[in-house]
Design a protein around this ligand. Sequence first.
Ligand SMILES: [Zn+2]
Length: 511
Amino acid sequence: MRVALLGFSIECNRFAPAASQRDFDTRCWVEGEGLVADARSASPRALGEMPGFVADMDAAGPWEPLPILLAMAEPNGPVEHAAFARMMVIWREGLEAIRGQVAGVYCVLHGAGLTTELDDPEGALQGLIREVLGPVPLVCSYDLHANVSEAMVRDCDAFVGYRTNPHLDMRERGAESAQLLRRLLGGERARRALVRLPIVAPTVSMLTAAGPYAEVIDLGQELAALDPAIWNVSVMGGFAYGDTPFNGMAVVVTAADQPSADSMAERIARAAWARRDRFVAELTPLREAVARAKASPVPLAFADVADNPGGGGRGNTMHILAAFLTAGVEGCLVGVIHDPLLAEEAHRLGRGARFTARFNRPQGTLTADDEFSRPLAAEAEVVALSDGRVTGRRGIYGGTAMTLGATAALRLGGITVVVISIRTQCADPAFFEHLGLDIGAARSVVVKSRGHFRGGFDEFFGHDRIIEVDAPGLTSPILSRFAWTRLPRPVLPLDEDTTWTPKETPKGAKP
Ligand SMILES: [Zn+2]
């Protein structure tokens, strides 16, 4: 049983500077046998889908992986098209080399990728697989922040989306993909249905522990468990900042026959539409966040949701740090700030050195993100240094080998700031702990993360101890602040007059 393995995963924010080949090189670029070795290693560079898929296949019996290329990067702006085109050449050559020998294909995708020329690179890759290999069984898995195009649903046999946010089920979805692929290889056939809603949910309204999104996902799982025709129900919340013509919450159902897929997708979409008024952002104003950091009798976590590297944010805005410094907040940890020049300077000066830390010092040509990335200077002491190699301890990065680049902990009055050199979302406590910083002893922690920190920092901060702060940035959940160019309109929550009419559920239609 020969199975081709490949993938492309990056979430692209239309408003952020372009991503380059280097962004993939520093996170996860695994080719050929290196892809399988990484998936089977104790701490892979790849996120959990491919390791979960390979482990499930290994456990199920003999098979032969035919690995090509898996490229993953931290969310960013659109990928420089030339870099994506070079990846397409590698995938094409790899697929052509195994044509006629391959029984099935597993492709790991994010679903909210962009290039500087394409709105739907995932659809392009899936089309390439079909072009070279024809109707070979193909299972694709996606992040629930995917903006689902028609091509993505057409050009696969089974569609598997994450069901948790923060994303804690990546390995399980990889394993589920393996199970569905084996059904296809056993001769079963599946159909798919897509229903897209005019809802572009703010990121902070799509948690899966509770709330409207959780309810819809849970309903899908409950109904799927009752109907043996249903293979998978995926409720894809989407990624607003992709700003594509196919943005919008999407329900994708894979089923044994078309009527079952259609009616289930319609039913789940109706349930999401019924909750449409609840997909809104409710943030805490910065002034109120400062007051709570000073006065709270219990430790609190403050999420800088508008500068989330996990959504293309630059991880370097100073709004919250500046306000906390001015107010004299004590016992606070802030991280992780992306500032390679400052981290390099701290390493040069050495531990114990005192100096004026200048964040976001101007360099070269100003880029699009400078609107938010303003400079800040403060007296600082270097309290810890590292090379930034860490293995994630908990949550989305648990067990994953990460590289933050040259890293430093700087003490600025009552606030200790972790500065890194490779832009990364602050989703894992190891980013502080590997420097000897004690999160449990802090009175407050500020994280550059929209929501994945919840899966990493839950030992310290329950949901009732988390404050989502309203500050400016490239990933602000206040969607009215962006100059959208391709988003379908009208759409909720931007346009009050948005309507959606469900289709009559087809009855008695033939597959
Ligand atoms: Zn995601």
